[in-house]
Design a protein around this ligand. Structure first.
Ligand code: SF4
Ligand code: SF4
Length: 300
């Protein structure tokens, strides 16, 4: 991370904590909900399958920038399916950087060639070793590993949503993150139980077991892009929600925290690690602040 970006985030953090402000810093633009996969745990693919137009995406980026957002995520559906007006995903990443976003990340299922050297991180969904991953995401593991091998930059971070199918695969994914060229780290979430995927949710005890494995892997030197200090809050779902510093734009509509905010009762069962990490950070939790500094400086 550049020194100027670090100072910007430090100033934002201090202002937010001391003045208890609710200004956003992290924004997500949904490019489409169209997807080439139909993962078992997913509730958001192909509801409309519309590819949102370039001008609209650009306006949403501008709106987020004007609100003060400086960490931008592009999300889907599958982001690599996005194309409009002669532009592709990579053009959006370059434009976001030119617009002034300090960190630009892309979330993908990894089934398309990974040619995004300008992105700070490519968050690539990997849900276990071959067997568990393919159970969740269809027969895609080998394609993904081939794409990682051929990627044009070492900016990949595995993104694993832990659920009933893959809860025993944490160690494998940590080792894979450590030993695979072009992969920098792994970032975890617990499955967030949308009404149609409740069966995949973990119990409190299962979450505690998963966190113990992740903590052990961190101790053994695995590159984990999460904050251990947030684990007790994640296990008991006792972190504050929603995250006021996070906003999502989808098809002209802005939501605070996630597009899931309107689903009754979901926030109390939220499994997104970033929500716990950011809300605790901006409440001034000292352990989280120090660990976030160390972790972000190591992986971005
Ligand atoms: S790749 Fe992502 S958007 Fe597509 S079905 Fe899987 S989880 Fe859903
Ligand atoms: S806190 Fe609520 S709105 Fe935010 S990501 Fe979790 S479930 Fe979605």
């Amino acid at each position: 991370m550049k020194r100027s970006s670090f100072l910007y985030f430090a100033r934002f953090g201090i202002r937010t904590v001391l003045l208890q402000k609710k200004d956003p810093i992290l924004g997500t633009v949904i490019l489409t909900d169209k997807c080439n996969l139909k993962c078992k745990h997913c509730s958001v693919n192909n509801i409309t399958a519309v590819i949102y137009p370039y001008q609209q995406i650009k306006e949403e980026m501008k709106q987020l920038y004007d609100m003060g957002v400086r960490i931008l995520f592009f999300c889907g559906g599958e982001t690599f399916l996005w194309k409009d007006a002669g532009k592709q995903l990579r053009d959006l990443v370059v434009e976001a950087k030119q617009m002034g976003f300090l960190i630009v990340n892309v979330v993908t299922n990894g089934t398309f060639p990974l040619n995004l050297p300008e992105a700070d991180l490519i968050l690539l969904s990997l849900d276990g070793g071959r067997e568990q991953h393919n159970k969740v995401r269809g027969d895609t593991y080998d394609t993904i590993m081939e794409n990682i091998g051929n990627a044009t930059a070492d900016n990949i971070c595995f993104y694993m949503a832990i659920n009933q199918i893959n809860k025993n695969a944490i160690r494998d994914v940590c080792l894979l993150a450590k030993n695979t060229p072009n992969v920098r780290a792994v970032s975890f979430n617990f499955h967030t139980p949308y009404p149609d995927t409740k069966d995949l949710a973990l119990s409190r005890e299962e979450k505690a077991d998963c966190c113990a494995v992740i903590a052990q892997m961190i101790k053994e030197g695995a590159p984990v892009f999460n904050l251990k200090s947030a684990f007790p809050y994640l296990i008991d779902n006792r972190f504050p929600t929603p995250c006021h510093q996070c906003v999502v734009m989808e098809n002209g509509r802005r939501s605070t925290c996630g597009r899931c905010i309107d689903i009754p009762g979901l926030c109390e069962k939220c499994g997104y690690f970033f929500v716990a990490e950011y809300t605790l950070l901006f409440r001034g939790n000292l352990k989280i602040i120090l660990e976030m500094l160390r972790t972000y400086l190591r992986y971005i």
